[in-house]
Design a binder for this molecule. Sequence first.
Ligand SMILES: [Zn+2]
Length: 495
Amino acid sequence: MVNFMVRNFFIRKILLVCKVLVKGNHLSRHKRAITLLSKTLLSVTILINFISIVPVHAQQDELPVYVVQSGDTLSSIALRFNIIPDELASINGIDDPNLLAIGTRLKIPGLEGITGILTTQVVPFGTTLNSLSRQNRLDKNALIKLNKFTSPAEAFAGIKMVIPIEDDTPALNPIAPLASGQSLLELSAINQSNPWILSYLNSIDGTWDALPYELLYRLPDDQAQMTTALPDVLNIEIDSLPLVQGETVVIRINTNDTLNIKAEVAGKSLHFFSETTNEYIALHGISAIAEPGAFPFNLQVTPESGQTYEFEQWVLVAPGFYDNDPEIYVDSKYVDADTIAIEMETYENIISPTTPTRLWDGQFSPPVGEPICIRGWFGNRRSYNDGALLYYHTGIDYGVCADLNIYAPAKGIVVYADELIIRGNAIIINHGWGVYTGYWHLSEFQVSVGDEVEPGQLIALVGNTGRSTGPHLHCEVRVNGTAVNPLTWLGKTFP
Ligand SMILES: [Zn+2]
């Protein structure tokens, strides 16, 4: 900005000198020539003014900067940017790589055409490499190179991308995409933007070249609402990206229309519910043994009044870093594959209905009294009888450290209270919206099927029934059919 002002100042000075020369010279040929020079300079000024709106990607000798974060080492930074640690050290005058302080600004060589601060950002759902390059006014190929992608499709939602940010060039604000049949000129009028600047900022060849439903950006002079590429959907949000093995994810759609929504994550259907007008929410569980990587997220939205829109993006699932439990030895009938399969089918049938009324409100409370002692953690990999059964732990095991009482963690309806072979005496509570909790190995039931329970209500006593090696409560939470980390529900309010 300072450079721009200095440049304008000098150009104005030159114009002034030209005008003085014109006044003081009576030879018309000279006057015409100088007027021409003056007009040319005026055009240059206008041109420079226009160019200053778009990024001035600094001088050749300027290198992009990375700010050292907690946990970084010289080698990890060098690896991230594909350079040799010694080269990184020598360019930045570092003698002792062990004395790398957090916050140090390191120059990163080998990234021609890229300047600014190299930041790490999580790609939000609904964002593509095209829209990222538009929003940050960067060359798409530079972003691909910087992030070592082999194709633009690798900008999965939830992935961490390195994105250079110019100190003095704020990112652009998203605006509503073009509707079918709408021109960029019309869209500019609605958003009170100059269509030519809009087309320049969005790397569109001309006002005729914009595609419907592509996310477009404007200069950040006012706060336009974040929009997605679906015309009747104002906002789609997936909380806590990337998704994590064994955790619960909330998908929220804000809209100004009544929608029929079909959505699938990795081939599994989501169920959307609405409590308030303009908002649809789905809860989904990511399996603790889901292979980390990218999964397709497909969304089909049909507004009450119109045509179906489809949107698909790959969403990243990160590892949950679960431990291995020590070997467990039980009677062989508890590791029989047929028994396990039949009981699982019974369980899945009980928890498959998704009740449209949400019964719980706020965080879940612990199912046992204090002091609480946890004997088995969610997600841990387990082996029974020297590998006769390899599985993972689907809940939390609470030891008996207070008394035998087990309490409902939230409001719900008892849908099962009976004996099972593997799970022993078992209670299952339906909390609505596809959320269920299960309590296994009980000694005594204090509720029956059909009872509506309140948070903190006594429901059963701890026991040692079924596949259990000592008195304990196994408590699990199922979301959309999948076991998720129950401790997350004790510390976070869903939805
Ligand atoms: Zn357990």
